[in-house]
Design a protein around this ligand. Structure first.
Ligand SMILES: NC(=O)c1ccc[n+]([C@@H]2O[C@H](COP(=O)([O-])OP(=O)(O)OC[C@H]3O[C@@H](n4cnc5c(N)ncnc54)[C@H](O)[C@@H]3O)[C@@H](O)[C@H]2O)c1
Length: 434
């Protein structure tokens, strides 16, 4: 099976590399010539654990290659995947489909024989039909089908998620396209991973509904955490006690500084817009978006309170700025709300992150970057744990607290316990929901 993958970002690159590892012949295309140059040189433009080795193995086996030329990539391809970005459109919160539609037009112009055009990008209901219309309008003669194949991988665990998915969702409406999609995912089907075949609209909706549900779960526990602080309950115990209920499950029940990242903020926003446009508002998701914004602001207040009511002139060491550990992705990270607010309030902010600096430097003006947690804490008035990288989970708290006895810690990921922090020499400690 020959596959063309359009877009070599977090999803396209991981999907392309994993499909080639299934044994398919994959050509990955990107508009960005620097990305393609890097990939041709065997370098991975993003940080995703394990991706470099898998990429190397499949390039060496001759199954995986990279180009900026879509027509070349599409030669003989039976499936053409669209994995370009669908960011939030400025102004109205809707998904910006410019890149998807542009890719559809480019595909239409380069189509030769029959191919299935598969949308992997997260797109609003109805988009696959529009892709079909665009291709049909440009090439009324062409033989093709469209398919919706939303992606559920998580950055930081993307390869394992792709290779061992909870399910694969495929929206298709012709037997021929279903056959092609079945061949592509046969290695997973043979290992009993469920493949859910459905219509185009349901496949598109499954992705938004799943992401909105997970964002709701996080936001629910964050709101309960705020109440725990008021009533003297401990969110860690509450989450555990709730999560052991099989109907609830323990995932996505960790209180923190609010969700961020490349998916939840834009997908909740797009789903809310879709609901409004169809006069069927999704009130729960609208509330989730508002509450999540409030959660992030509550974290700023928490840090300021811990610093005695003002951070003006104070030095604050921030540990972790990526939206979660094991990725370099900074899109919509809570740090992008919290850190600028501290800088704006007059704090001198020192930041450390194992992978976040390359993206983060331009996004967080006015901060100083340092190499590790101890350098961030050195001489600081406060230490803030914003992203729970493994590097920050077993720190020497005595060393972090320093000798002065006046440093405080805001542990926004509930990594440590208050008594340990105080025993180690922190003057005060604040967590989330405890
Ligand atoms: N990042 C995730 O964790 C994740 C998970 C599931 C689904 N998704 C969805 O997958 C899609 C892609 O997300 P991403 O994070 O990989 O985006 P990304 O921004 O990392 O990558 C998109 C890539 O597409 C390229 N591109 C855009 N238009 C192109 C064109 N016409 N031809 C060739 N290349 C083109 C860009 O240069 C870029 O490299 C989005 O719809 C997103 O919602 C993302």
């Amino acid at each position: 099976m020959k596959i063309a993958m359009i877009g070599t970002g977090y999803v396209g690159l991981v999907s392309g590399v994993c499909f080639s590892d299934f044994g398919h012949e994959v050509v990955c295309v990107d508009k960005n010539p620097q990305k393609i140059e890097m990939l041709k040189a065997g370098e991975v433009p993003i940080y995703e654990p394990g991706l470099d080795a898998l990429l190397e193995r499949n390039v060496e086996a001759g199954r995986l290659s990279f180009t900026t030329d879509l027509a070349e990539a599409m030669e003989g391809a039976e499936a053409i995947f669209i994995a370009v970005g669908t960011p939030t459109r400025r102004g109205d919160g809707h998904a910006d489909l410019t890149y998807v539609f542009a890719a559809a037009e480019e595909i239409a112009r380069a189509l030769t024989g029959y191919a299935v055009i598969v949308t992997k990008s997260t797109v609003p209901v109805g988009t696959n039909r529009k892709v079909e219309e665009i291709v049909r309008a440009t090439r009324p003669d062409a033989a093709f089908d469209v398919a919706s194949n939303p992606e559920f991988l998580r950055e930081g665990a993307a390869i394992d998620d792709f290779m061992r998915p909870d399910r694969v969702v495929v929206g298709v409406e012709s037997d021929r396209a279903k056959g092609v999609m079945g061949d592509i995912y046969r290695p997973l089907f043979l290992r009993d991973f469920p493949i859910v075949y459905t219509d185009l609209e349901s496949a598109e909706m499954i992705k938004y509904a799943a992401n909105a549900f997970l964002a709701t779960k996080i936001t629910f526990i964050n709101e309960i955490a705020a109440l725990c602080e008021k009533v003297g309950a401990d969110i860690k115990a509450v989450s555990r006690g709730m999560g052991l209920d099989g109907r609830i499950g323990n995932k996505f029940l960790h209180a923190g500084p609010g969700y961020g990242g490349s998916c939840f903020p834009k997908d909740t926003s797009a789903l809310a817009r879709i609901g409004q446009e169809h006069a069927s508002p999704i009130h729960i998701v609208e509330a989730v978006i508002a509450v999540n914004d409030a959660v992030k602001r509550r974290m700023i207040d928490k840090i300021v309170d811990l610093c005695g009511g003002s951070v003006n002139g104070k030095t604050i060491g921030v540990l972790g700025v990526t939206f979660k550990p094991n990725t370099d992705d900074m899109r919509d990270a809570p740090s992008l709300t919290i850190v600028p607010a501290l800088v704006g309030a007059g704090a001198k902010v020192r930041v450390t992150d194992p992978q976040g600096r390359r993206e983060g430097e331009a996004l967080l003006p006015g901060v100083t970057w340092v190499d590790d947690a101890y350098a961030a804490a050195d001489g600081a008035d406060a230490v803030v744990i914003l992203t729970e990288w493994n590097e920050f989970r077993a720190l020497d708290l005595r060393r972090l607290a320093g000798n002065g006895g006046s440093r405080v810690m805001a542990d926004l990921r509930n990594v440590y316990a208050r008594e340990d922090a105080v025993k180690a020499g922190f003057a005060d400690y604040a967590a989330v929901g405890r």
